[in-house]
Design a protein around this ligand. Structure first.
Ligand code: SR1
Ligand code: MG
Length: 395
């Protein structure tokens, strides 16, 4: 099918020609209820409700949806579908099921999470049932075990490198928006409010900070430990009670495991800055994430399976696993800091700050996020335990 941007009419026509999807939806095409629910920065999303079932359709646009002047290659949909196929066997029930991918339309058709809510919105509205972070920890540990050099024969990592190294357009977004723009004058950065200008100037001139950011850029671009989700923020997670699903794997790339961990924790930390009265809950979620992630990864690595460490007897592998997890912890702290800063002063900011009751509260929340972010970036390489990470966040 030749590429064209779908509206509800064109999508209905296309769906009606897909026997597997019409069976799933049931009834006649004219009876299906189709509505656009696009919410993210990049793509259009439609929910289609038939008489027997529903599907979610996500199409890549040739530009950034929220910035139409910013061209963006369509291939991100291919990488997202590839990511879903790659990790699905390891994370059954933790992501939507992929039903179909149309290579010409750059269209993903997947399970419709009708009753789920985006985690960021659920947190803001105080509707998130505690315990979601333990599921995310499990999700990250399982994707690492299934795709990382440590958990699999090296041929698996080599194949994944080939399959995902072409996802350069979205990796470019991450390199620019997460690791570069907040630390330089750049027209993509929104004009900071007056009270934040001094903080932003410091971000752009602190040599020590720039060296630490440079180190993290190097880790992100050269450490190929496992297949990352690549954009694991609280807007990439959906909840329905205790049913937790990870969505939006279009930024998938081989990279350092601490990147996924850091982005997730960074978004919880941002929520905490905006809603300091939720300290106990957020601290608990952060700890639950790290416990489930590190315990599950440690247990699976102790069993072996990869070529890495194959020489060490099962009994002595513990030392290597311990130092590997420490490296992940240090990366996690640094990437968490980068995420906090870019979501506070960069192109793609977060709605959590709308929780602040007054302008002054919001300014203080943002300043706190910038301060914690810088500390995590600079101190990250010397951290020894997850408690150290929590302490740097004032927890
Ligand atoms: C131009 S895309 C901006 C941001 O939205 C995505 O969700 C990623 O987080 C990206 O950095
Ligand atoms: Mg997204």
């Amino acid at each position: 099918m030749t590429y064209r941007i779908l509206d509800t009419v064109a999508l209905r026509t296309w769906l009606a020609q897909q026997p597997e999807l019409t069976d799933r939806l049931g009834g006649e095409a004219a009876d299906w209820a189709i509505r656009e629910v696009s919410d993210g920065n990049l793509n259009t999303v439609f929910l289609v409700q038939g008489t027997q079932g529903a599907v979610c359709c996500k199409q890549a646009l040739p530009h950034v949806r929220v910035a139409p002047d910013w061209p963006m290659p369509l291939e991100r949909a291919l990488y997202e579908s590839r990511y879903m196929r790659t990790v699905a066997p390891a994370v059954t029930g933790l992501m939507p099921e992929l039903y179909a991918y149309d290579a010409g339309l750059f269209l993903i058709v997947m399970e419709c999470l009708t009753n789920h809510e985006v985690l960021r919105s659920a947190l803001i509205a105080d509707r998130a049932l505690p315990g979601f972070s333990a599921v995310i920890g499990t999700y990250v540990a399982r994707t690492v075990q299934a795709t990382g050099w440590v958990g699999q024969p090296f041929e698996t990592g080599a194949r994944l490198l080939e399959q995902f190294s072409g996802n350069t357009a979205l990796t470019r977004i991450t390199v620019d928006l997460v690791m570069t723009d907040p630390y330089r004058i750049c027209e993509r950065n929104p004009e900071p409010e007056a009270g934040l200008r001094g903080d932003v100037r410091r971000l752009q001139t602190d040599r020590n900070l720039h060296n630490a950011v440079g180190r993290l850029q190097g880790r992100f671009l050269s450490v190929r430990q496992a297949l990352l989700h690549g954009d694991l923020h609280t807007g990439s997670i959906m909840l329905d009670g205790s049913d937790v699903r990870v969505i939006d794997g279009e930024f998938a790339t081989m990279g350092p495991i601490g990147f996924d961990c850091g982005l997730y924790l960074g978004n919880l930390a941002l929520h905490l800055c905006a809603a300091p009265h939720k300290t106990t809950m957020i601290r608990h979620e952060m700890q639950a994430f790290w416990n489930s992630f590190s315990n599950e990864l440690r247990a699976s690595l102790a069993q072996g399976g990869g070529d890495l460490w194959a020489l060490s007897a099962v009994g002595s592998r513990g030392d290597l696993i311990g130092s590997f997890l420490n490296d992940i912890l240090r990366d996690t702290a640094g990437f968490c800091g980068l995420e906090m800063i870019r979501r506070t002063v960069g192109f793609a900011q977060v709605s959590d700050y709308t929780l602040c009751a007054t302008h002054d509260d919001r300014l203080l929340a943002r300043q706190k996020a910038l301060q914690i972010g810088q500390t995590l970036i600079v101190e990250g390489p010397s951290l020894q335990s997850f408690n150290d990470v929590l302490s740097l966040m004032g927890l």
